[in-house]
Design a protein around this ligand. Structure first.
Ligand SMILES: [Zn+2]
Length: 405
């Protein structure tokens, strides 16, 4: 047994894989199964354990991937966005550096206990966080050709996988992750525990049940079937769901909150931070359904909250303390207000700061409570768990390590 962040885990006694399918709204699975594209998943839906779980809010990639690999919410591990305002240095910055991580990962502790561990992620932005303090294999599809034994615990990845390094904006970037996972499991260095994390490029562009979405899940199903045939215990979950964020004319339904606050209080008085921001914004224009706001000293927090809450498209406004408690966030890394938009609305800073020219299809995005529900599926029957309780996506390692024979 190991104990990590207050939870106990048995060591893996059979090859165990946890997959985070980025942006996997449960309906993607419903539709691809209904359309006959995913025979492995169809079988698992009857022979395995099929749950829905809640991801952490903000329903963004980094906070949720880190919750899955630490087993705890952002209030414990510290990663509350892809991007933050660092009060100490008065700068906005990416949250990719492991210096922001406040908790060890289950993966690192399994490796410390002598297990062989492998991590494959689509985008490189997650690699250093997921692999922090971990002995083992850890690389991204995006930079697979740069992997070295010293830095990544493996080299010649492109030769191993037999696929060229895909574009960062492609379905193939995720396929590379699955193909690498199958190759790693087929070799002598077969890991005891493997974590695979894809990218939501397809989900940002294609709704459940559409041809491209179904093709993506058909691709994934083939690889998961191979891992299952090798005897792997597999848990599949997601970092967040995905919804259309448009008006009826198909244009993005955006609340430019910085523009609103500048009009109310004057320019430079407040700072709206969008934790969805990352270097890869072409497919979502850095627009999601969650924002945090820094206010000037002495601002009337209650009055401003009420005023923002009355804007069309706003779902909730909470003070720092309320949001930290309700969403389990680190209070020192969020602003004075946390604003969550409704299902079809996204929050921007200023209209002039968002480049929407890359949006070639109606906007689909995430970040809010409306994208909190995700699949939590295990290819075996789990035992000793009340299946009617609320599950979180970060229960995935508990289920596969502690509740599968
Ligand atoms: Zn994501």
């Amino acid at each position: 047994m190991i104990r990590v962040n207050g939870r106990s885990y048995r060591l893996a006694h059979q090859p165990t894989v946890v997959v985070c399918v980025d942006g996997c709204e449960p309906d993607y699975i419903v539709q691809s199964v209904a359309h006959g594209h995913t025979p492995w998943m169809k079988e698992v839906l009857t022979s395995g354990t099929v749950l829905t779980a809640d991801c952490v809010i903000p329903s963004f990639t980094n906070p949720n991937n880190l919750s899955i690999v630490t087993g705890v919410p952002p209030s414990v591990h510290g990663i509350c966005g892809n991007y933050l305002f660092d009060v100490a240095t008065d700068t906005e910055m990416m949250m990719n550096d492991p210096k922001w991580l406040r908790a060890p990962t289950i993966l690192a502790e399994l490796a410390n206990a002598g297990q062989s561990v492998a991590v494959v992620t689509a985008k490189d932005k997650l690699r250093k966080l997921l692999g922090h303090g971990m002995k083992g294999v850890c690389f991204s599809a995006e930079k697979a050709d740069e992997a070295t034994l010293e830095e990544n615990g493996i080299d010649e990845v492109v030769e191993l996988v037999g696929m060229p390094v895909p574009s960062v904006y492609s379905a193939e970037l995720s396929e590379f992750v699955f193909a690498a996972g199958v190759e790693l499991m087929s070799h002598e260095r077969r890991p005891d525990v493997m974590y695979l994390s894809t990218t939501d490029y397809v989900q940002h562009k294609h709704a459940p049940g559409t041809e491209d979405a179904d093709a993506f899940y058909r691709m994934m199903d083939g690889y998961l079937g191979k891992l299952d045939a090798m005897g792997c215990v597999i848990a599949l979950t997601a970092d967040h769901g995905m919804n259309a964020k448009t008006r009826m004319d198909g244009a993005p339904d955006v609340l430019y909150l910085q523009d609103v606050l500048d009009a109310w209080l004057g320019a430079g008085q407040t700072r709206v931070i969008l934790p969805i921001t990352d270097p890869y914004v072409v497919h979502h224009g850095a627009l999601g359904s969650f924002a945090t706001v820094y206010l000037p000293k002495g601002a009337d927090v209650a009055a401003l909250s009420a005023r923002i809450a009355a804007i069309r498209g706003v779902d909730s406004v909470r003070s720092r303390e309320e949001a930290a408690a309700f969403f389990e966030l680190p209070a020192d890394r969020i602003g004075d207000l946390v604003v969550v938009a409704e299902r079809s609305t996204v929050i921007g800073t200023s209209a002039s700061r968002h480049d929407l020219s890359g949006l070639d299809v109606p906007l689909r995005s995430h970040g809010g409570v409306s994208e909190q529900r995700v699949p939590l599926i295990v290819n075996r029957k789990v035992k000793g768990v009340d299946l009617d309780r609320r599950f979180r996506n970060f229960d995935a390692f508990d289920l596969v390590l502690n509740h599968v024979d």
